[in-house]
Design a protein around this ligand. Structure first.
Ligand SMILES: NC(=O)c1ccc[n+]([C@@H]2O[C@H](COP(=O)([O-])OP(=O)(O)OC[C@H]3O[C@@H](n4cnc5c(N)ncnc54)[C@H](O)[C@@H]3O)[C@@H](O)[C@H]2O)c1
Ligand SMILES: [Zn+2]
Ligand SMILES: [Zn+2]
Length: 362
């Protein structure tokens, strides 16, 4: 079918919306008309080649929409269902079979290869040239998506779809890091380094977990003000405060999540943990190595890398939709909406710190 997609044709280039041709869904695939799709920092990381993938590419991996057509072996969803698109996993390797699809052994080919696993292409441009797509099984910076059924999660029809796309990646990752992995006690002190989309999802989750003290750290004042309003008991602004000193005054954290990926922030976070405290890592930056005080680690501290919040999306996305509808996971307080045509403005707004979670609407 004919549709429109935002293509990035070279590293650091802007997105350009072009007419393209989308392949028909195969037996195990679902055609979805996108209602909205979130902009995740990982999309930006591809454009900036922090994750070097070949161009041209149709990115986007936080889609939400309505099922238009299903392949003949698809049973989990049907035409008209409201769905959130999420990351791909094989469903049968050891991590998938044990409930940890985020660590699927086929994660790279399923999410980053740009093609189906048989090498076929799903999107061609107006000249008939292939464009890399199938990004996280969806390439949702487009009006429509053809996705493997495992990427397609059915959600309640009465939930406002335009808010739900980011549950497919960023918000699921931040919330899952807290609720599925770090699991802080109700009486604990939990610190969040970086109050972007993942950091706010972690903040909402730490509140759901009942953490007594929640410390939010960032360098953008407006984000910290909102963090305080939405449940942080203390905030640290690294643009005006010395981080190690401020953390020292806290008296130690039981658990923490870093979303900045900045080595010196992570080093400070390790130092702020109490003995046996856990630090989760989800973010990456252009500096990829850090130094570590071995004495900190001998006292039982744990540093744990986390993919997609170690979530089982079929269970966790509907769980987060329920919390959103109850008011305990207020996506509406961090979302900023942009028409699809303004995709470059949406990306700039999230990288500049203006909008916490940019969402494109179609
Ligand atoms: N592990 C996963 O599965 C997964 C999934 C989605 C996103 N990510 C990654 O997680 C990271 C966070 O994503 P996001 O969407 O929340 O990004 P974001 O840019 O919205 O948030 C990062 C925050 O960190 C803050 N920050 C950066 N450097 C800082 C410093 N020196 N001191 C204090 N604060 C600082 C920024 O101001 C920003 O608010 C990205 O690297 C993204 O690619 C990982
Ligand atoms: Zn697998
Ligand atoms: Zn993402």
């Amino acid at each position: 079918m004919d549709m429109k997609a935002a293509i990035v044709r070279a590293p650091h280039a802007p997105f350009v919306i072009e007419p393209v041709r989308l392949d028909a869904p195969r037996a195990n695939e679902v055609l979805v008309k996108l209602t909205a799709t979130g902009v995740c920092h990982t999309d930006v990381a591809i454009v900036e080649q922090l994750l070097p993938l070949p161009m041209p590419y149709v990115l986007g991996h936080e889609g939400a929409g309505v099922v238009v057509e299903v392949g003949k072996s698809v049973t989990a969803v049907q035409k008209g269902d409201h769905v959130v698109l999420t990351f791909g996993s094989c469903g049968h390797c050891r991590p998938c079979a044990s409930g940890h699809p985020a660590y699927c052994v086929s994660q790279p080919p399923l999410n980053f290869a740009g093609r189906r696993t048989d090498g076929s292409v799903t999107i061609h441009d107006s000249k008939g040239e292939p464009v890399n797509a199938v990004f996280f099984g969806q390439s949702s910076f487009a009006t429509h998506s053809v996705s493997p059924a495992r990427n397609v999660i059915k959600v309640r029809r009465d939930a406002p779809l335009k808010f739900l796309g980011p549950l497919g990646c960023g918000l699921m990752t931040g919330a899952g890091a807290v609720l599925n992995v770090l699991k802080p006690d109700a009486d604990s002190t939990f610190a969040i380094f970086g109050t972007g989309a993942l950091g706010f999802a972690a903040l909402f989750a730490a509140k759901l977990a009942g953490c007594r003290r929640i410390v939010a750290v960032d360098r953008v004042r407006s984000r910290l003000e909102l963090a305080r309003e939405l449940g942080a008991s203390e905030v640290i602004d690294t643009s005006s405060t010395e981080l190690d000193k401020a953390l020292g005054e806290l008296g130690g954290c039981d658990a923490a999540l870093d979303t900045t990926g900045v080595p010196r922030v992570i080093e400070a976070a390790v130092g702020a943990l109490k003995p046996c405290g856990q630090l989760g890592l989800v973010g990456a930056s252009h500096e990829s190595t850090m130094s570590m005080n071995i004495m900190h680690m001998i006292s039982g501290r744990v540093i744990r890398g986390i993919v997609e919040g170690d979530s089982d999306p079929t269970r966790f996305i509907p769980f987060l939709v329920e919390r959103f509808l109850e008011g305990g996971f207020p996506i509406d307080r961090i979302a900023g909406f942009y028409p699809f045509e303004h995709i470059n403005a949406a990306v700039s707004a999230s990288t500049s710190g203006k909008t916490i979670k940019s969402i494109l609407t179609f």
